[in-house]
Design a protein around this ligand. Structure first.
Ligand code: DQA
Length: 182
C-alpha cells in the first residue's frame, strides 16, 4: 500500500516527552509515531511520521509530497514563525495540508502568535495537544473519502463526516443510516 499521508514534525519535536512536558505533554515522539500509525490504520490511511531538525531535509520531504500529491500533516515548530523557505515549500503542495501545533500558540509569547505557514494550509489546529494530529488525520481521511465518491459542489467537509471518521468507521465501509447525509 502506498503512503497516504505524511506527518512531518519540525525542530525539537524529536524531544517530545522530555521537552517542557508542562507545555508539550509527556508523549514521546516515538510514542506519537506509534499512535498515529495505528490511528491511521483505523482510518484506512497509511501514515508515515517523520521528524527533523534540519530545514533542508524538511523542504526535501515537502517537495516529495508536492511531486506525489501526498496529503500532509505538518507541525513546523519554530519554523512556523519565521521560515519563508518552509512556507514556500508548503505553498507548492496540491493535496490537502493541515498545520498542527500542540500548544495554543495564540496564548503564548507574542513571537509565536503568527505562523508564516498558515496562509498556505487547508486548515490549522492549535492547542489540543497530540489529539490535534488525530483530528487532522480524521479530516484528511474524510476528504479522501469524498474525493473517492466523486466531485462535490462546493468541495467542503460535510457535517458529521469527520465525526464518522473519528468514531471508527473505516474508509470504504458502507455508511450507516445515522451518519448518512442524504
Ligand atoms: C509548536 C509551537 C512552536 O511555537 C514551537 O516553536 C514548537 C512547537 C507546538 O507544537 O506547539 O516547537 O509548534
Amino acid at each position: 500500500m502506498s503512503t497516504d499521508v505524511l506527518v512531518l514534525n519540525g525542530p525539537n519535536l524529536g524531544r517530545l516527552g522530555r521537552r517542557e512536558p508542562q507545555i508539550y505533554g509527556t508523549l514521546t515522539h516515538a510514542g506519537l509515531r506509534a499512535h498515529l500509525t495505528e490511528a491511521g490504520r483505523d482510518l484506512g490511511l497509511d501514515v508515515e511520521v517523520r521528524q527533523t531538525d534540519a530545514e533542508a531535509e524538511m523542504i526535501s520531504w515537502l517537495h516529495e509530497a508536492a511531486d506525489n500529491r501526498i496529503p500532509v500533516v505538518i507541525n513546523p515548530a519554530a519554523w512556523s514563525h519565521y521560515s519563508i523557505a518552509i512556507a514556500d515549500a508548503v505553498a507548492q503542495l496540491e493535496a490537502p495540508v493541515i498545520e498542527v501545533h500542540l500548544s495554543n500558540i495564540a496564548q503564548r509569547e507574542e513571537f509565536r502568535h503568527h505562523s508564516v505557514v498558515s496562509a498556505y494550509v487547508t486548515g490549522t489546529i492549535i492547542g489540543l495537544g497530540a489529539s490535534g494530529y488525530d483530528y487532522a488525520l480524521a479530516h484528511l481521511a474524510s476528504l479522501i473519502d469524498q474525493e473517492a465518491e466523486g466531485p462535490s459542489d462546493p468541495p467542503q467537509i460535510r457535517p458529521g463526516s469527520v465525526h464518522g471518521a473519528i468514531t471508527g468507521r473505516r474508509r470504504g465501509d458502507p455508511t450507516t443510516s445515522s451518519d448518512s447525509q442524504d
